[in-house]
Design a protein. Structure first.
Length: 250
């Protein structure tokens, strides 16, 4: 908890320019949210953590017109949890599995902010690297399942602001939980080649909603380009859980 006397003592030790930065930060934090809502309380996120994360987003956009990035999301979550006296520790840089451990739970954190973002679909442009082994779709899918064993929860922080809204300083974010069981449904997916000139040739695993045979839940895209990576494309948000949303103007 913040002690008023300690805060005032520390403030007195700052020079004039530093105090001006503090005052500007206070002004920004005081700006109202149009939205700052916890929509679904799960094992990680509660009202206070969502409130803290919204304030981190505000502070970030007081210095930048670029969306919040994955590394900032990871760092913010570690700091927020520790402030709330929740045990949290980032994984080592380059760890191929989880990004952070929170209360003993291994968590994967994603971000999405491309200009072509769709509100009703998620896209993870680099879920994992596929390496230089044999390019066989069944083996690549098995690599995906092995990778999933490295964590329990997956979240994506998505910036939904249009280019025009970004220029006006209007920022819209949402936090989505991607159920691990949903991704495990890829066991029943159907493989097909992509219209691709990559070497090795790229391909898909289509995961279909069995209750609506014409509807795809998502695709695994085995990208045979230079990075040889696995993407998750056209993941319908209706199969995920919307945890929180924020909207504010700087």
């Amino acid at each position: 908890m913040c002690n008023k006397n300690d805060f005032n003592k520390q403030l007195d030790q700052l020079n004039t320019s530093q105090k001006e930065i503090i005052l500007e930060t206070i002004r920004i934090l005081s700006l109202p949210f149009e939205k700052n809502n916890l929509l679904y309380k799960d094992s990680i996120f509660n009202e206070k953590i969502i409130g803290h994360l919204g304030d981190y987003l505000k502070i970030h956009h007081s210095f930048s017109k670029e969306p919040f990035t994955k590394d900032k999301f990871e760092f913010a979550m570690e700091r927020i949890c520790n402030i709330r006296q929740i045990a949290a520790k980032l994984a080592k840089r380059g760890n191929p599995g989880h990004d952070i451990t929170i209360n003993g739970i291994k968590v994967s954190l994603k971000t999405q902010a491309e200009r072509s973002i769709k509100s009703d679909e998620l896209h993870i442009s680099k879920f994992m690297e596929l390496g230089k082994g044999e390019w066989k779709f069944e083996n690549l899918r098995n690599q995906f399942f092995k990778h999933l064993k490295n964590y329990e929860l997956i979240y994506s922080l998505r910036c939904l602001s249009s280019d025009d809204e970004k220029e006006k300083g209007i920022w819209i974010y949402e936090l989505v939980n991607i159920p691990k069981n949903l991704l495990l449904e890829a066991k029943k997916g159907n493989f097909r080649w992509a219209k691709s000139k990559t070497i090795p040739k790229s391909g898909y695993c289509d995961i279909i909603d069995t209750s609506k045979p014409d509807q795809i839940k998502y695709h695994l895209y085995f990208d045979g380009g230079g990075e040889r990576k696995l993407q998750i494309t056209h993941l319908k948000k209706i199969y995920c859980t919307l945890i929180a949303e924020w909207k504010f103007a700087i």
